[in-house]
Design a protein around this ligand. Structure first.
Ligand code: SOE
Length: 393
């Protein structure tokens, strides 16, 4: 039996379920160098946290995150709370010598993200690791896309198009959850879905964004305040308290263009108002020798176009990314059998455990998370200036 790696998870909403499943499943499918043990689940409400702990298989539960940070028998603190508490918990955990996995976006502000990256750098010198949860990097198709681009399969990257669309805010009476409150979530769709688009575009191209020009819109300005009992994902659904509406303080739609460090332009669109689009994250990268396209709603496939073929044979092919030769897949089902959304989280847990065991810095690091935060902040600052808007007449 490998040495145990004792995990505490802080938060038990939607991401709590995804991370719990990942910690449970990762050691069952992958031969890990350390054995994750699900020790402690932390939430605010004792009864609900206990119920969640029982349901997902955590050994114990607690109502204060400090228990996770101070307990000697905890090695990893996994943070899946709303962004407002990431910095405080992560810095305390790193300073206490715990490895930290933190959900995206890393923080609500650049200042918080910088303090977290500094704490992670300090911790690294003591062999303590920190990683931010940009989970979509860990899907076989996106990792394969990155490998293809790095191998030169599409030549020199010439253009990037990233679109991440959901529609759960189309209903004007969708409740005012934490995701719609700036003090809890930092920003709206920009930080929630835009952060994924930024990270994945930079990850697959291997080139950071250098400058951006953006615009944001809030289209429904008040929403029903949920009653205190409302639980769940923060994604709407469920009733708000009858009659009482409160202000939405974040963006519903975010659009921006970006210039990568090599001069390539990218267009980015993130929306919670895209009627009919449920979790439509599409990324297309055009190169001098070909192109790739990824679609989260069709995640077992990767679009690949070989521009070196004779014109009569050109076109996007759908690579079925389900073979043991593809990233992560040899641990799963026989060839041709597909994976889903949750597998990204399992692969994330696996990669994190391996980095901890090897004593190597995992990616995406908190420094990478800080850089994404800087891009988000630059988009918001650009949007606030509105300086590029010219009247048509
Ligand atoms: C909600 O918009 C959300 O759950 C995001 O917070 C996640 O990061 C994304 O994976 C799916 O959508």
């Amino acid at each position: 039996m490998n040495k145990p790696l004792r995990v505490a998870l802080v938060g038990h909403g939607f991401m709590g379920a995804a991370h719990s499943q990942a910690w449970r499943v990762a050691p069952r499918f992958f031969d890990l160098p350390l054995q994750p043990q699900m020790e402690l689940l932390v939430g605010r409400d004792a009864e609900r946290t206990q119920d969640a702990a029982r349901k997902w298989g955590w050994a114990g539960s607690a109502t204060g995150w400090r228990e996770a940070v101070t307990r000697e028998d905890i090695d990893v603190v996994d943070i899946v709370t709303p962004g407002a508490s990431h910095a405080e918990i992560a810095i305390a955990a790193l300073d206490a010598g715990k490895h930290v996995l933190c959900e995206k976006p890393l923080a609500n502000t650049v200042e918080e993200a910088r303090a977290m990256a500094d704490a992670a750098a300090r911790a690294q010198t003591r062999g303590v690791q920190a990683m931010v949860g940009f989970t979509y990097r860990r899907l076989p198709a996106t990792t394969h896309a990155r490998n293809l681009v790095a191998s030169g399969a599409i030549g020199t990257v010439r253009q990037v198009r990233a679109v991440y669309l959901q529609d759960w805010l189309v209903d004007e009476d969708s409740p005012l959850t934490w995701r719609l409150q700036q003090d809890k979530a930092g920003s709206g769709v920009l930080g929630d879905l835009g952060a994924h688009a930024i990270d994945l575009a930079q990850y697959i191209t291997g080139v950071p964004l250098a400058e951006v020009s953006g615009t944001l819109a809030t289209l429904v300005h008040t929403r029903p305040v949920p009653d205190a009992e409302q639980r769940g994902t923060g994604l709407g659904g469920g009733a708000g308290a009858a009659g009482t509406r409160g202000p939405v303080t974040v963006d519903d739609v975010a659009l921006f263009t970006g210039r990568f460090e090599d001069g390539v332009l990218g267009s980015f669109e993130a929306s919670r108002m895209a009627t009919g689009r449920k979790n439509a994250f599409r990324l297309e990268i055009s190169g001098s020798l070909g192109a790739i396209s990824f679609d989260l709603e069709d995640l077992n496939f990767l679009g690949f176009m070989d521009y070196t073929l004779p014109p009569d044979r050109q076109g996007f092919t759908r690579i079925m990314v389900t073979e043991p030769e593809h990233p992560y897949l040899s641990a799963w089902w026989p060839a041709g059998h597909s994976l889903g959304y949750e597998h990204g989280f399992v692969h994330q847990a696996k990669d994190f455990v391996e980095a901890i065991a090897a004593g190597t810095a995992p990616a995406p690091s908190f420094a990478d998370g800080l850089q994404v935060q800087e891009v988000l902040d630059a988009v918001a600052r650009s949007a606030a200036k509105s300086s590029v808007w010219l009247p048509v007449r």
